[in-house]
Design a protein around this ligand. Structure first.
Ligand code: NAD
Ligand code: TDX
Length: 333
């Protein structure tokens, strides 16, 4: 493998992956295929040598463009998606289009040209767990998605599985838990709260805050994806997670602590419709079969670094902030 396409490589996790393989695989040529939606940002790829990383601004639903790119590369690592649950509850169609039709378009090209395909998915396809349930999601957990976002991701996973079985597509799938780190759009929970404080606004907690998310640093997601791409068994699904379960309230309290604010800065707002209670990943298959392990095992330390990044990169997030908050204000959140 020398020439790879990274779809969604100008987004949060996709650009982390591009920077990761740029460093770890110096002989690879990388083509980023990204539509630069509101969530994509060319600045996420700044500083990378253009002779090794080419940005093609285009849509994964554009079959002609996709066919041309896939034909000329060895592998496709597919991150591009509409990714935010709250948006999917307001306007579901872009999620159906990008997540389902976009994935269909890519796997048809990969099948035609017999190319290696890795599909990036989420733990949300499994639905949610009760707070007192001792179990975690495994690759055998039945699909039970709750939102338009997670149901379109589930649909895209099922397409990939069917293409493997019926057409022999050379594909693997990974389902990862909640990512955090630099370059995450301010619509998502952690950057929203950090940048709210930096703007003099309160933190906005949905409902009671007892919902649990299983946090992983984006760079650990990237190293997991590279391990699966290179060592994973064709047709298999791997779960990526770093044992980072925390209630939302716990995360909010850590943000308050490290930004020197008290509980008065915390505001309870309207809950999300259909809000999943708890996600938890059992990543033992990835750890035991492929020898992967996460580097960022101290969430509080990773969160402190993330807070510093947002403090130091106001130019990056400021242009997204007002529009994002206006959208939230309309829904009472
Ligand atoms: P993001 O919203 O930050 O980035 C998505 C990128 O995809 C953007 O650059 C956008 O321009 C691009 N894109 C969207 N639709 C496109 C289209 N039709 N054609 C071309 N490009 C398009 O998302 P993210 O948080 O980086 O998530 C990346 C992937 O990881 C998604 O597949 C998501 O489902 C998955 N995932 C995310 C998380 C998380 O915590 N954020 C966890 C598990 C899995
Ligand atoms: O302002 C907020 N206040 C709040 O309490 C926001 C934006 C969110 N929340 C809550 C909702 C969730 O319980 O925080 C939790 C995390 O919310 P998000 O950052 O929106 O993430 P989530 O819905 O859990 O989904 C994320 O992880 C799985 C990603 O956005 C998905 O792309 C990924 O598949």
């Amino acid at each position: 493998m020398k020439k790879v396409i990274v779809t969604g490589g100008a987004g949060f996790i996709g650009s982390n992956y591009v920077r990761y393989i740029y460093k770890e695989r110096p002989d690879w040529e990388i083509t980023v295929l990204d539509a630069l939606t509101y969530a994509g940002n060319e600045k996420n790829l700044e500083g990378l040598d253009k002779s090794r990383v080419e940005l093609v601004v285009g849509n994964i639903c554009d079959a002609e463009l996709v066919d041309k790119l896939v034909k000329n590369n060895d592998a496709i690592i597919h991150f591009a998606a509409e990714s935010h649950n709250d948006n999917s509850l307001k306007t579901p169609w872009p999620f159906v289009e990008s997540n389902i039709i976009g994935t269909y378009t890519l796997i048809e090209a990969a099948r035609k040209h017999n190319k290696r395909f890795h599909h990036i998915s989420t733990d949300e396809v499994y639905g949610d767990l009760e707070l007192d349930d001792p179990s975690k999601f495994t690759v055998d957990t039945p699909y039970n998605p709750s939102s338009p976002y997670s149901s379109t991701k589930a649909g895209s996973d099922l397409l990939v599985r069917a293409w493997v079985r019926s057409f022999g597509l050379q594909a693997t799938i990974s389902n990862c838990s909640n990512n955090y780190g630099a370059y995450q759009h301010v619509e998502k929970m952690i950057p929203r709260q950090i940048t709210n404080i930096l703007c003099g606004d309160k933190l906005k907690l949905y409902g009671s805050g007892e919902n649990v998310r299983d946090w992983i640093h984006a760079e650990d997601h990237s190293s997991g994806v590279l391990a699966i791409l290179e060592k994973g068994k064709i047709g298999e699904t791997y779960l990526i997670g770093a044992n980072g379960e925390k209630s939302n309230l716990e995360v909010f309290e850590l943000i308050l602590k490290h930004m020197g604010k008290d509980q008065d800065w915390l505001e309870h707002v309207k809950d999300r419709a259909g809000h999943d209670m708890r996600y938890a990943i059992d990543a033992s298959k990835l750890v035991n079969e492929l020898g992967w392990s996460p580097k960022y095992t101290d969430f509080e330390e990773g969160l402190k670094q993330t807070i510093e990044w947002y403090k130091n990169n106001e130019d990056w997030w400021k242009p997204q902030k007002q529009e994002t908050e206006e959208k939230y204000a309309k829904s009472g959140q």
